[in-house]
Design a protein around this ligand. Structure first.
Ligand code: HEC
Ligand code: HEC
Length: 195
């Protein structure tokens, strides 16, 4: 009886221990796969181009869902859709964890103080924090937007408003209907400058 118990304990312990190196390998596998993304997103997920989003420090869960959506056609983009086609489920999980673990650099966009103020007031009024959390830090499947590229933020908000991006279960589509183009510009000045 005692012997049987300790044998199953040993198996459980061995299984628990084998999880540790397996996880480290996943991130290493993700780092290697992410070399295919570096030209556009930067080696560490800090994008060198304002129209390409930063991935560094983003929630892994959100990154994974987006890759899956590009692959399965729920989100479409001529640059990203073909990139996602080549990825397996494990690749997506590994890559998402690699980028989630990278340090996000602050935005270099020269935001305007008056627009930041108006943008923050609009964010408070529209209750963006209800989903995106305080200071757009994000959680699980809801993206961090703090410090994101200015041009990318504006483009996504316009795409939600025009119903060109529809993989948001209606959340952003309805929020963005209430926003004018000036509101979107002010919001983007505010959000990109959050550190
Ligand atoms: C040729 C340039 C290019 C390459 C290479 C590329 N991407 Fe992208 N990526 C983009 C652009 C542009 C967007 C924004 C597209 C849009 O508006 O939907 C994007 C968007 C994304 C998003 C959505 C981010 C968000 O905040 O919603 C993820 C995730 C992503 N890319 C991951 C990857 C991964 C992983 C790779 C490598 C396997 C990769 N990308 C390779 C250009 C690229
Ligand atoms: C009811 C919940 C909810 C509210 C309120 C909300 N969002 Fe979102 N937002 C989401 C979800 C969910 C996504 C991701 C959708 C997806 O999976 O494609 C998102 C995505 C975004 C994106 C795209 C990020 C990226 O990396 O592509 C931006 C920008 C954004 N939201 C800005 C805002 C702003 C600004 C406000 C307030 C004016 C706001 N959101 C209010 C739920 C919300």
């Amino acid at each position: 009886m005692l012997q049987k118990f300790s044998a199953s304990l040993a198996i459980a312990l061995a299984a628990a221990l084998s999880q540790v190196p397996a996880m480290a390998q996943d991130i290493e596998a993700g780092r290697l796969k992410a070399q295919a993304c570096a030209a556009c997103h930067g080696v560490d997920g800090n994008s060198p181009t304002a129209v390409v989003p930063n991935l560094a420090g983003q929630s892994w869960r959100y990154l994974y869902v987006q890759l899956k959506d590009y692959k399965e056609g729920r989100r479409e983009n001529p640059l990203m859709s073909p990139m996602a086609q080549a990825l397996s489920r494990d690749d997506m999980i590994n890559i998402a964890n690699y980028f989630a673990g990278q340090k996000a650099n602050p935005s270099t966009f020269k935001a305007d103080d008056a627009k930041i103020k108006l943008g923050k007031a609009k964010a408070d009024e529209t209750l963006c924090a209800m989903c995106h959390m305080a200071a757009f830090a994000g959680q699980n499947e809801i993206p961090k937007v703090a410090g994101q590229q200015y041009d990318y933020i504006v483009q996504q908000m316009l795409d939600f408003k025009a119903r060109k991006r529809t993989n948001d279960a209606g959340n952003m589509t309805s929020v963005s209907q209430t926003l004018s183009e000036t509101d979107i510009e002010n919001l983007a000045h505010y959000i990109t400058s959050i550190r």
